[in-house]
Design a protein. Structure first.
Length: 197
């Protein structure tokens, strides 16, 4: 499914979108499908689950539109909690991270504009969570996927009360590789999906 020019609409039916069960992500449109205009996915995080560690994108803005639940989002030096119907835009080069608060799951539509390669990035994350790839591969592909991981003392303090100052490169690398989102998910049951979501 691609739209190389503007003479056709791109339609991705809910049931046709690729779903990565270990990450609870539904892939709708990648950069090559939209002529580079945008990339889009839908993510579900159970209550208390972490999303990606702090990172930034050098070329794209990232838009969060909350479909249901609540989401805590680091945006630079601020942390916002957003809920159903809220819209948050993270500009390029702004450090951000996200997680579902302990009391609520999060169902969020995520759009990157202009589009960047997301499908293979998420597929790599899925393979890591299945134990078929190493978390080191995420670090090795930061340029390819324009996903640059950085330390955020603000996020660490808010997420788990970690009051340490900025981490040096080695400490940050170790923390990143130990992140819950990069661990093998054994026996994880897929979230039931209905026509609505």
């Amino acid at each position: 499914m691609t739209i190389p020019n503007n003479d056709k609409a791109l339609l991705v039916r809910h049931d046709d979108a690729e779903t990565l069960d270990t990450m609870e992500v539904r892939l709708y449109a990648d950069h090559d499908m939209t002529g580079g205009k945008l990339s889009a996915n839908r993510a579900f995080l159970p209550a208390g689950a972490d999303g990606p560690p702090p990172h930034y994108h050098s070329t794209s803005a990232e838009l969060f539109y909350m479909l249901d639940g609540r989401l805590r989002v680091l945006a630079g030096d601020e942390i916002h909690e957003i809920g159903a119907g809220d819209f948050l835009l993270i500009p390029p080069n702004m450090t951000h991270a996200w997680a579902a608060p302990a009391a609520s799951s999060a169902d969020v539509l995520v759009i990157f504009t202009p589009g960047i390669e997301r499908f293979d990035y998420f597929r790599l994350g899925d393979r890591i969570r299945k134990g078929l790839a190493s978390p080191l591969e995420i670090l090795d592909t930061q340029e390819r996927f324009d996903n640059h991981f950085v330390d955020s003392p603000i996020w660490r303090q808010a997420a788990n009360g970690d009051g340490r100052g900025p981490l040096d490169r080695g400490e940050h690398r170790a923390e990143f590789l130990a992140s819950d989102v990069l661990q093998v998910q054994s026996g994880k049951a897929a979230r039931p999906t209905t026509r609505e979501g």
